[in-house]
Each structure stands twice: as structure tokens, then as C-alpha cells.
Ligand binder design. Structure first.
Ligand SMILES: C[S@@+](CC[C@H](N)C(=O)[O-])C[C@H]1O[C@@H](n2cnc3c(N)ncnc32)[C@H](O)[C@@H]1O
Length: 291
């Protein structure tokens, strides 16, 4: 049975019977504890609009009873957390990172692959895949034959996110043609193709075969065994508080090979313990010491 959730009417529109300030505080506490996400005071209406459909679908008449439900039911709690994530992303976001990767990281990585060594990349908080594909297309470069040789090496990219719905879009690897506009044209020509009968483009099978997508809460256990040559974690930590950010970047530093690279979002910085092993190598780019 579905129960209608009335639109909030008072305050900035909050009807206490349905959704109260205490409910918002309880959701904030759960989002912070489970996923590190900080929901500032002004986000009460955002929480209302993101969770109201779930409250309704669950059959709960109020946010209060829904909160009791998610305290007990891990799967529903997970759905609520996913609904609270912001998955906005786009191709070639912060293009200077891809330029840096192409000029500084790519040549050595290609040489190591040619020698039979492996390369591992991680797009942590990949959302719907635009960052993942931008990075892999940059690695393969505009020459398709040369790119195929690179792709035949021992190279893999992990795309991870807490939001399973975003990863499904990443795995589908289909985007509107206009979404690919920020990508250098030579790369789009080499590694994406129009889908007949639609305005969509599909990422080439060679590129798709290099990526694996996994649901992963960055605050939880990381099942990955090996270390990474490159980690992109951009516009994810903006939702976290400082202690959470510092713990996370220290874990990223540990997860990098000596000499590996960490790219963070334009408003993010590495601080704390991680600075013992990471040094700044350009705006929002860090390198792990060789030792
Ligand atoms: C704004 S998107 C950024 C996407 C991409 N990295 C970019 O820069 O365009 C932030 C992503 O971080 C994910 N996220 C938030 N908290 C997370 C957590 N605790 N663990 C894993 N992913 C998380 C969200 O689901 C969302 O898809």
C-alpha cells in the first residue's frame, strides 16, 4: 500500500507530523556515520525531496517511522544513503588533470606496460562513469592502433561508488552525444561511436573491457589487494568533514605504489598524516614518495 507524503507546508515548508527537524537531524547522523556525508543545516528540504519517494514506497506514513525502519533494515538504509548522494559529473571535468596525466604519467605507464608490467587505476567515487572513460580514453590516446596495443597490456581501471544506480549507468557506457563534447574530438573519434537510430554515443568495447565497476563505501573495508598507480578521487570529499577526509587521504596514500599519483577535486586538499608520503605536484595533484 502506498501512503501519500504531504508536501511540507510550514517553516521552509516543514509539516512536523510528516517530517520534522529531529527527523532531519536523525537522517544527517545516519548519513554521516554510514557514508561520511555531512548534511548541513540548509539541506533539510533536499533530504525531504530525496527521501519522500522512499518513505512513500516503504509504506511508512511519516519520516519518523521510516527512520525507525532504516535503523533496523540495512538494505533500506543503503537505499536511503544512495538517494542522498549527489552524482553530478561530466566528461573531462577539470581538464587540467587529464592534460597532466597525458603529459606526465602516461608515457611512463605505456613504457611499463610495453615491458609487461601492470598498471592499475582507480576512479574512487566514479559516479556514472564520465571520469572513468575520460581517463581511459586519455591513456589510450588518439591513435587507435597504438591505443589497442596499450589496452592489450596488463592495465585495468576500477570504478567504484557507493551509489549502485550511478554504476549501472557507468557500466552501460552510453551517453548523449552532447555529453561527450568536452572530450578532445580525436579521442571521441577513436573511442566512442554513435548508436544507430539515437542521439547517443557508446564507449568502444576496447575501453569498456579495461574497466570494472564495483559498489564500495570509501569509509568501509577495501577488498582490493594490489596497489594503484593512479587514484582519481574528485568531488567526493567535499561532502565529508575534515577528520573523515584526512583518514581517507591517508588510506589513499597507502593504496598507491611508490611514485603513484592522487588527483583530488578543485576545492579539495590533502592535509594531515598523508602529507608524510604525498607531496604536491601541481594544483590538486599529489605524488607518493618513491621510498
Ligand atoms: C559529485 S560525484 C563526483 C563524480 C566524479 N568523481 C567527478 O568528479 O565528476 C560524488 C560521488 O561520490 C560518491 N560518494 C559519496 N560518498 C561516498 C562514499 N562514502 N563512498 C563511496 N562513494 C561515495 C557519490 O555517490 C557520488 O557519485
Amino acid at each position: 500500500m502506498s501512503t501519500a507524503i504531504a508536501a511540507p507546508e510550514t517553516l521552509p515548508g516543514i509539516s512536523p507530523g510528516i517530517y520534522s527537524a529531529q527527523d532531519f537531524a536523525a537522517v544527517s547522523e545516519i548519513a554521516h556515520r554510514e557514508a561520511g556525508i555531512v548534511l548541513a543545516e540548509g539541506k533539510a528540504m533536499l533530504v525531504y525531496s530525496r527521501l519522500a519517494p522512499l518513505v512513500r514506497d516503504s509504506g511508512c506514513a511519516t519520516f519518523g517511522s521510516y527512520i525507525l525502519r532504516i535503523r533496523e533494515d540495512a538494505a533500506e538504509r543503503n537505499r536511503a544513503i544512495m538517494a542522498l548522494t549527489t552524482n553530478h559529473t561530466f566528461f573531462y571535468r577539470e581538464a587540467h588533470h587529464f592534460a597532466h596525466f597525458a603529459e606526465t604519467v602516461r608515457p611512463g605507464m605505456i613504457a611499463r606496460l610495453a615491458r609487461g608490467e601492470k598498471a592499475r587505476l582507480w576512479s574512487a567515487g566514479s559516479s556514472s562513469g564520465e571520469e572513468t572513460w575520460s581517463l581511459l580514453m586519455t591513456l589510450l590516446g588518439p591513435d587507435r592502433a597504438a591505443g589497442e596495443r596499450i589496452a592489450h597490456g596488463d592495465v585495468r581501471l576500477l570504478g567504484s561508488d557507493i551509489a549502485a544506480h550511478a554504476l549501472r549507468k557507468a557500466e552501460a557506457a552510453r551517453y548523449r552525444a552532447e555529453d561527450l563534447k568536452p572530450v578532445p574530438e580525436a579521442l571521441t573519434r577513436a573511442w566512442a561511436a554513435p548508436l544507430p537510430g539515437s542521439d547517443d554515443m557508446e564507449i568502444a568495447p576496447t575501453v569498456r573491457a579495461m574497466a570494472r565497476f564495483r559498489t564500495l563505501n570509501l569509509l568501509g573495508q577495501w577488498p582490493m589487494q594490489g596497489k594503484f598507480d593512479v587514484i582519481f578521487c574528485r568531488n567526493v570529499m567535499i561532502y565529508f568533514d575534515n577528520p573523515t577526509k584526512e583518514r581517507l587521504v591517508a588510506r589513499f596514500a597507502d593504496a598507491l605504489v611508490p611514485g603513484g599519483w592522487l588527483y583530488v577535486g578543485h576545492s579539495e586538499r590533502v592535509t594531515g598524516q598523508a602529507l608524510q608520503t604525498l607531496t604536491s605536484a601541481g594544483p590538486t595533484i599529489y605524488r607518493r614518495s618513491e621510498a
